[in-house]
Write a protein that binds this ligand. Sequence first.
Ligand code: ADP
Length: 961
Amino acid sequence: MSICGVALALLITSSLMKSKRARGNAAAEKPYVASINNELAHELTNKNIRTLGLIQAAIDHTADSVLWIAEDGSLIYANQAACQWLDYTRDELMTKTIFDVDPVVRKEEWRILWASVRTLRAHTFESVHRSRDGTDFPVEITSSYLEFNGRGYISAFARDITERRHIERALREAESKYRDIFENAVEGMFQSAPAGELISCNPAMIRIYGYDSAEEFKSAVIAGRIYVEAGHREKFVQLIQEHGWTTGFESQVYRKDGSIIWTSEKARVVRDERGDLLYYEGFVEEITERKRIAEELHKAKEAAEAANLTKSEFLANVSHEIRTPMNGIIGMTDLVLGTDLTQEQREYLDIVRSSADSLLSLINDLLDFSKMEAGKLRLDPIEFMLRPTLDSIFNTLALRAQRKSLELSCNIFPDVPDALIGDPDRLRQILLNLVDNAIKFTEKGSIILHIRSELESAEKAVLCFSVTDTGIGIPKDKQRLIFEAFSQADNSMTRKYGGTGLGLAICCQLVEIMGGEIALESKPGQGSAFHVTIPFTLPERAVDTLPNQTASAELRDLRALIIDDNYANRRILQGILINWHMKPYIADSGPSGLSALNEAAETGDPFNLVLLDAMMPGMDGFAVADLIRATPCISNTPIILLSSADAKSCLARCRKLGIRAYLMKPVKHAHLHDAILRTLPEALLMSAHVAPTPDYQEPYDRDRVRDQDLPHPGKLHILLAEDNPTNQLLVISLLRRQGHSVLAAANGKQAVAAFANGKFDLIVMDVQMPEMDGLEATAAIRALEKATGDRTPILALTAHTMEADRDRCLAAGMDAYVSKPISTNEFMSVIGRLVTAGIDEDITNDPEESHPQRLDTRDLMARFDGDTELLLETAEIFRQSYPKQLEELRAAVTRGDAVGVERAAHTIKGSVGNFGGVAAIEAALKLEKMGRSQDLRHATESCATLEFEIERLVPAIMELV
Ligand code: ADP
């Protein structure tokens, strides 16, 4: 007998003996057990008994439950685990049968099981065991059949598989969930072999491609009947192999019925542990609809862009169409205004003129807005001077403020740099709009533009421009809205103030593209403050033109008394004078000013100068001046009168009171500086180099006029090509008034024919004309000129204001352009510039003969045909444009750009030539020559001289009128 057989026998014996003890005479029921004992007893040695004891202990303590079952199902052995699991004592279990502990096994099944285990000798299966309290738990049973002494037994090793069952159930559930997803997904899922054949795919995949079964689809894949584009699958494979995955791989594919759809694939490579490629797996999504929508969106976007372009073109065309008749209205009104009219007729025509101006500015706003919408609002940065730029704003608006009796002032903090790089025109546009609005929405009080520097480094200055008013204010809930296009705080039908609501929207956009910010503080009834912060680049070597720097030498330590009732004005004037190193004192009324003057005189330290506000409550400026002149110790004090009122109305009174200078508010730095220099006795000035100029408030004096040989276009023979009869008449009248002779052509073709048969000093050419437009005509004329080598200047008249149109004119061979509606002065000054370019040399014939620096009034009046309005307008244009021209010149000098110096000086020479500012012309000419001869060694000094001369010329021109 093997050891195992012995062990089993022992087990059975021990078990039976125990059960015998437990059951008393139960042994009688099982006589075969006793006989085993007898047979074995003598074979057992002590050693064997110890070994067997160990085996029994091992079985008893094994984790599995061990049961021995006889053929009738009765239990004849149970180990400790079995007792614990089933919750019986071993003795109790020995009274049970397999049917008690395994509810699955019935007598019939037991018989079958018995037979099968007996045949197979071992059998593993799953069943259920039931413990004492009736709890069932799943078990895996390994049963073996053993025969001993002709009897058979089944040993059942049972293992509790409750845990395993749980895991299996969870696995099953997970598996079914994923299968569900796979089966019911909307996206196609696939696994495909590297060679291309499909390993598996879900129903959605088959549905997308329109097949009836996976097999059908698989064979279509193998046959290569999927991708429309040849080599597309190879692209897919290449991508996925390069990166290990691909996403959004779009393809056009055939469905089973031959129709073509769009798909998008996402896939990855699956590799084994060694990194060898196993297969690809991924998702397929049908995107035909998405593609269609994207295509439609793309088309819609293109259509919208085209529509936007059409709109821009439409606006440009409408603007052109409006400008053409406006040219007639404005030009003809100007012509009529230049004739003898009754007061009433003049008033009516003034209204026509100002309405036309408003209409024009509206069109400009609309054009800007259309550019803004089309994203075409561009900046044109140049080096420029801030203060002259601001002056030009106030020149434009002072009259409007004055009409409403509003105080308009500008306060520039001393540390604000003057030379900047930026777009002065756009800055002017922003500030003009803000100050204009402030005037519009203020009935009483003041408007102040404060400018301070928020940050300044060597390269950059951030300037803050604040426009404050004491007007109607803006309610909180409207403060955001007004920055939107076409929005106004008051949009009721009964609103008091006109406007398009475009101004601030354009400002916002401009500020934004300048890299700045705009903010608003306002309280209804109290006023508003618009703050604009804009960064500017500083020029590498700023030209020293700050008023304080140019003026400090002459004005240092001069004592000035400012008499003004307005606090802001006092402060501003004080700031300016301190800048110039003067010693300013202030008085807020006539009487206090007078006592300050007297006191100072008595103490032996009199004031050198009085800056006197003309309009003050109680005692006005004239009364104060009167008293000054009447008080012996102060009677000689020079007085500069500052007023918002019209100059002409005060002139006589000023003269009577011996007031030598009169300035319009807001006071411009350059003008004040100039006025002080001219007002003070020379002995007081530290530097004597400023030549005295005539008392500029003197009326126009024909006796002082001298004949001079100044550059003047003279009488020109002009060819005019213009199809519009009104414009033709207007231009002919304007030109004839200047003494020119004009031949008119109704289109480009006629103009070319006229040019071929005649000689002209100038051609004025409309751009849009029937039959042959201005550009073609210019090209034809330039071609004809090739034979002679001559070049006749061509001036374009264009109603288009887009830069591109202007560039086209110049590119076509034209020399300059004037936009419609024509501004008479601009027109004349451009003509002057174009034709005097040819007579430059005349001026230089005798360089020794230096003309004195003063205006030749007779020549000036002759030039403007005695038309003071025209002179004033031309002067205004000049005053607005010369800062930019000077900036360009300065920039060219700084760059060492000889050609640029020549060009800029030439332009300036033409501009000042309109007024016969001889010294300025000479200075410009000198620079022009330096440029031409490429010798810029003394250009900086000459540039400063030219600036000086121009600054002196400007007030002289203004005051002549
Ligand atoms: P508009 O041409 O109508 O003046 P803007 O865009 O310049 O267009 O201004 C929009 C609106 O903002 C104005 O209609 C007005 O209601 C309000 N607004 C602008 N500036 C001021 C101001 N200084 N005071 C009061 N309201 C103002």
